[in-house]
Write a protein that binds this ligand. Structure first.
Ligand SMILES: [Zn+2]
Length: 335
């Protein structure tokens, strides 16, 4: 039987952007309306997450020790300017010099073995004014939708450059929240930014989730073999509001949360549905939903998911870093 790629995506490290974005918009006198995307009950209780504004380095260390042991691979975000609190290549409020160095070391030396690192442009909270380095009173994702290709490229390039200065070559981009602009323009901006900063012309971004279809494929947005260029939009097959969000306030039992992907008896769940069409197992979680405001219930649920995958699905999937997965898509679907 064909082995399908499995890719685990971690968004948002090292901060709890769900908390900080709301806090900063409220402080700017523009509280986010809790409607649509933001109406989920777990987000209406965002104030309860204040204590985990910054997720401890020790948690990220434990997560990667586990992932390396299990062979789990994929992508992990590392914000270049987390919450606008400072830049990873210089100083970030809330981190001592030693703590920041430790954080970067964990990503550079350990995460990069099994995960590719992307910025999740740039702050994941409010937009950053590139001229003054001050936050603007608008969310970053809303601001992005209104920018032209040149400005968007510069914005993405800044994130890539900060990580590069910190010793991390980020091979693609993760979009915070959502982008409501033109994806052809967006894809060109990703490619331009990667070429400009890292001299990389085969790249990807993560924005889309598709939780309903039995067959979920990533999208090749640009494919130009004669120039050695492509951009793949990697699509997660989890719900956008992935199940581990429910652990933020101490709720949710890890075994039950794992059922969304694969049940205790290995017979049902999203992964089984996807395997029925030989679809890749691409799924995502967030730093804060794994840390779960300190209870780490999301991380326990993830461990249970992987334990069940190994027990019931062994031989059906192969872990890939997201860049390998982008390449796999171009080989399979390109031209
Ligand atoms: Zn995010």
């Amino acid at each position: 039987m064909e082995r399908v790629p499995a890719v685990f995506i971690v968004d948002d490290p090292p901060i709890n952007s769900a908390y900080l974005m709301r806090k900063q918009m409220e402080d700017a006198g523009k509280p986010l309306e809790e409607n649509g995307f933001f109406s989920r009950t777990y987000l209406s209780r965002w104030r309860e997450m204040e204590k985990s504004t910054i997720i401890p380095n020790a948690f990220f260390k434990n997560l990667i020790i586990w992932a390396l042991k299990e062979g789990v691979k994929g992508k992990c975000s590392l914000l270049a300017c987390p919450g606008g609190l400072g830049f990873l290549d210089s100083a970030v409020t809330g981190y001592s010099k030693a703590e920041l160095k430790e954080l970067i070391g964990i990503f550079k030396n350990e995460y990069m073995q099994n995960f590719e690192i992307t910025p999740e442009i740039l702050t994941h909270t409010l937009a950053l004014d590139l001229k003054t380095d001050k936050l603007l009173p608008v969310t970053e994702h809303e601001w992005m939708a209104a920018q032209d290709e040149k400005t968007l490229t510069a914005y993405m390039a800044r994130g890539l450059q900060v990580l590069r200065n910190a010793g991390i070559i980020a091979t693609g981009i993760t979009q915070p929240c959502n982008y409501r602009g033109d994806f052809a323009l967006y894809s060109r901006a990703v490619l331009n930014a990667e070429k400009r900063v890292n001299n990389i012309s085969k790249t990807y971004y993560f924005h889309d989730c598709e939780a309903e279809a039995l067959e979920v494929n990533s999208k090749i947005m640009i494919n130009n073999p004669e120039k050695n260029e492509y951009v793949v939009s990697v699509v997660s097959a989890s719900r956008a509001d992935e199940p581990f969000w429910y652990t933020l306030y101490g709720e949710g039992e890890p075994g039950k949360l794992a059922d969304y992907y694969i049940t205790e008896d290995g017979r049902q769940g999203r992964f089984l549905d996807l395997l029925s069409t030989n679809s890749p197992l691409v799924f995502h979680a967030h730093g804060q939903t794994l840390y779960s405001n300190g209870s780490e219930k999301g991380f326990l649920a993830l461990q249970e998911v992987v334990r069940r995958m190994n027990k019931y699905l062994s031989g059906r999937f192969v872990w890939m870093k997201i860049g390998e997965f982008a390449e796999w898509n171009v080989k399979k679907w390109g031209i």
